[in-house]
Design a protein around this ligand. Structure first.
Ligand code: APR
Length: 266
């Protein structure tokens, strides 16, 4: 890896730009850190959610067995002060969307459930959501689906523990909770795309949660270049070819500006 200490951020950005210009199949792997500049706290960074809330409250078992745990989630606007549809993409998301417009993006593999890549303009079929999403809620018995904000309204209108209108089953957001099985199709597709890419750019992830964190490693082991853009340290820093510390919302637009200029697309 190019040791950051020996190179300036400018030099590291130029190296990443070169890799993107040379690449045909870029996989962008994102975590909560790409969305903090949109106002969504991450989990393990400074002031992360897990520094305030017990992740044990967000396990699948707890959610399906404890009505109070369910109520805390439906009332997240009260408890966390926000709901998922309140947020907008930031410059980092728009820069990743431009990679698709330039024909460089194979796909985005995201751990995020905020839907901001799609809101920024990336095509649905280019976004693999390994940890599901918080935009949709599904009945665990019959599969009936509702938008999250619709169920939120039922709770605001007094429903203590909203149940499926079709069968009375438990309603749960489609986000993957701790202890819940990963979506098989998405996980297999993510592995396949990681192994086939020529460049994997990791943005805003501590790379500590598996199997998601395996994806950049699959890319590395398959001969792809790996670049990491992250504020905090990650588990893959020493193995990455390029490691740039800093805010995604500042670095990624700069990277795309230089890529477009090199491609004569500015
Ligand atoms: N720019 C760059 N990096 C940032 C920014 C930013 N603006 N803001 C935060 N970061 C970095 C943090 O320093 C941290 O290293 O992003 C990383 C986010 O790491 P985590 O909070 O661990 O988030 P993530 O890697 O996505 O967590 C993976 O854990 O709790 C589960 O299911 C949850 O999908 C989540 C998974």
């Amino acid at each position: 890896m190019d040791n950051e200490g020996s190179k300036t951020r400018e030099q590291l950005i130029d190296e990443l730009v070169e890799l993107i210009v040379e690449s045909q199949r870029v996989v962008v792997f994102t975590g909560a850190g790409i969305s903090t500049e949109s106002g969504i706290p991450d989990f393990r960074g400074t002031d992360g959610l897990w520094t305030k809330y017990d992740p044990g409250d967000f396990t699948y078992q707890k959610f399906i067995s404890d009505p109070e745990a369910r109520q805390r989630l439906w009332k997240m606007r009260e408890t966390l002060g926000f709901s998922w549809d309140d947020f907008q993409p930031n410059p980092a998301h728009y820069a990743v969307a431009e990679l698709e417009q330039l024909g460089k993006l194979d796909c985005i593999i995201t751990q995020n459930v905020d839907g901001l890549h799609q809101k920024a303009g990336n095509s649905e079929d280019r976004v693999i959501q390994l940890h599901g999403n918080m935009q949709w809620v599904k009945c665990l018995t019959c599969g009936d689906r509702h938008r999250f904000e619709e169920v939120e309204k039922w709770v605001e209108n007094g429903a203590e523990d909203p149940q499926c209108v079709q069968c009375g089953g438990i309603l749960k957001p489609e986000a993957i909770f701790f202890g819940e099985a990963m979506p098989v199709g998405e996980t297999m597709e993510a592995e396949k795309r990681s192994r086939a890419c020529d460049l994997c750019i990791v943005i805003g992830s501590s790379l500590v949660v598996y199997p998601a964190a395996l994806m950049p490693q699959f890319a590395l082991n398959s001969g792809a270049k790996v670049a990491i853009i992250n504020e905090g340290e990650t588990e893959l820093d020493n193995a990455a070819h390029i490691r740039i510390s800093g805010k995604a919302g500042e670095i990624m637009p700069e990277v795309l500006q230089r890529v477009k200029s090199k491609l004569g697309r500015d």
